[in-house]
Write a protein that binds this ligand. Structure first.
Ligand SMILES: CC(C)(COP(=O)(O)OP(=O)(O)OC[C@H]1O[C@@H](n2cnc3c(N)ncnc32)[C@H](O)[C@@H]1OP(=O)(O)O)[C@@H](O)C(=O)NCCC(=O)NCCS
Length: 170
């Protein structure tokens, strides 16, 4: 298990529980639903590129079940789910990533911690190219993507493609 410290303000006590990031599992369906329920319709459009207002188990299943062509990670603190990030394999060396963080814990470094961990997982599996699609108006993701070294291309039809070339581990 890996623990990642949240970036806290000076006023928060150091004894607060740390952010934990681990592979998502089928038993996390309720946690995943909870994260989506704590987002706005606009947030979910930013993540899925269509309107998502119902969270059926059949829709949730593909994002929580273990798959050979996907890495799924969940971030939680003291048992409270904060966010999820996925890498969907496009080939044996390239993957598309997607991420969503609950609205009540934004801008505390959860997205950054999830993305860094996801990139580490991809790097250890010898992936060399990571892409992400985002609405060009999505400034939150733009900040996050840039903070991990991704570079934008486009926009095309309102979408920006973010790319990162991952150095192969020696
Ligand atoms: C994009 C998203 C995942 C960011 O999650 P987060 O937990 O708030 O991100 P972080 O707190 O780790 O922020 C990462 C960086 O972006 C910056 N940032 C985040 N939101 C920002 C905003 N609205 N304006 C300016 N900067 C912002 C942070 O300051 C931080 O920069 P730093 O590392 O230089 O300090 C979150 O906004 C989200 O879930 N959006 C809806 C879904 C979505 O858009 N997914 C992306 C497409 S798949």
């Amino acid at each position: 298990m890996e623990y990642v410290a949240l970036s806290r303000s000076e006023h928060e006590p150091e004894s607060q529980p740390a952010l934990k990031i681990r592979p998502i599992a089928f038993g996390d369906a309720d946690s995943y639903r909870s994260i989506l329920e704590r987002t706005s319709e606009e947030d979910r459009y930013c993540r899925f590129f269509h309107v998502v207002n119902h969270f059926d188990l059949s829709d949730i299943r593909r994002f929580v079940e273990p798959r050979l062509d996907t890495i799924g990670l969940i971030a939680e603190e003291d048992g409270v789910p904060y966010g999820v990030a996925h890498a969907f394999f496009l080939s044996d060396h390239s993957a598309e990533i997607a991420i969503v963080v609950a609205g009540d814990v934004r801008r505390h470094g959860v997205g950054h911690a999830l993305l860094e961990r996801l990139l580490g997982e991809l790097r250890s599996r010898q992936f060399t190219e990571v892409i992400a699609m985002a609405l060009s108006v999505n400034s939150s993701f733009a900040h996050l993507a840039a903070s991990v070294g991704m570079t934008p291309s486009g926009p095309l039809d309102g979408m920006t493609t973010w790319t990162l070339s991952v150095p192969v581990e020696a």
